[in-house]
Structure formats: structure tokens, C-alpha cells
Ligand binder design. Sequence first.
Ligand code: GTP
Ligand code: MG
Length: 196
Amino acid sequence: VIFQQAKFFTSAPSIRHLPEDKGIEVAFAGRSNAGKSSALNVLTRQNSLARTSKTPGRTQQINIFELDENRRLVDLPGYGFAKVPLEMKVKWQKSLSEYLQERKCLRGLVVLMDIRHAFRETDQELIHWAVASNIPVLAVLTKADKLKSGARKSMLMKAQEAVPAFGGDVDVIAFSSLKKTGVEALEAVVQSWFQD
Ligand code: GTP
Ligand code: MG
């Protein structure tokens, strides 16, 4: 697929409003402010495809981008944002788990986590759901530019050591939207998921 061809397709307020379950979908998930929208923009070489923001919780809808008529990238709303009412958090977790369990066209999940705070509770939960549904996971450690090279390597190693515990197809890369670190690795993995 040609990522540069990504076009905004639609926004869905919830899982029930997603387009028909056909073709291939790759989803981007992670805590609020983890850098999901930024990573999508880097991947598609479009600075303003997905809206990014300094305010956590910016992406509140499920935003869907189309690469071609059979392939979509999905920017999921971030979780773990403190100011969101508990009721909404519970609802969102429930619909995320449904999405991971029921969406047949979902071929891979990119879980983005700040390299300084990887594998927090909800991240782990999400990965467990994906593994249970046989969906491959790429853990992307974002904002790698915020650490010096030594600290970056040790956080990456620590994350790699945490992976076997999930018992599924889970890979880890370090990434920076700012410095464009890890872009080729992200591209290669997502590209492989889009092959049928
Ligand atoms: P929500 O939509 O709120 O869930 O957030 P998001 O995960 O989509 O994060 P977004 O891409 O909007 O980025 C959040 C903030 O982090 C913005 O201020 C970005 O500029 C910043 N940011 C994202 N990626 C990087 C990175 O690689 N390095 C640095 N230094 N900052 C980054
Ligand atoms: Mg976003």
C-alpha cells in the first residue's frame, strides 16, 4: 500500500458506527497524548491528516483513514485521561474490547506508549485482548527523542523483556515523530499486515 495516499474517510462516535466489516483494518491505540495521531501523520507523510494536540483527549472519535477501497487506518480515541468521567472510561474500555474481539477485518494493532511510561495497566489489558483474538501487536515506544541514547536503549530493552509474558505475536520498536526514528520499522510491519 502507499501510505501517502491516505485520505480521511469518516469519523465514528462508537464501534457500532464503524464502516462495514470488510477489507483490512489496522488500528492505532494508546493512552491520551501518547502520540497516536502524530505517528499516523508521519506514516502517511501528511502533517495534518490526523489532528494532534497538546491537550490530552483531543481525538474523541474513532477517525478512519482510507488507503484504498479495501484498506483502512483507524485512529482510536486515547484512554487513561484523568479528566474523563469514570462512566465514560468504562464504556470506552468495553467498546475497545468488543472491537478487538469482534472486528473481523482488524489485521493488526499498533499500541503507542510514551517510552518513559510503557506498558501501563490499560496498555497491557489491550494487548491481552488482542493476543486473545490472535491479532498481532506492534508496541511503539513514542517520544524516544525525549531520552538520551543510553536511557532510550535501556527502556527499549526493558520493554522487549516484558513482551514474552503476553504469549502472542508482540513486537516492540522505539519511535519518534519528531526525529522520524523507527518510521521504516513501523511502515514495514503495517505494510505486512495489509498484505492479503
Ligand atoms: P489523543 O488524541 O489526545 O489521544 O493524543 P494522541 O495520542 O493522538 O497524541 P498526539 O499525536 O496528539 O500528540 C500529543 C502531544 O505529544 C503533541 O503535543 C505532540 O506534538 C507530542 N508528540 C507526539 N509525538 C512526539 C514525539 O515523537 N516526540 C515529541 N517530543 N513529542 C511528540
Ligand atoms: Mg489523537
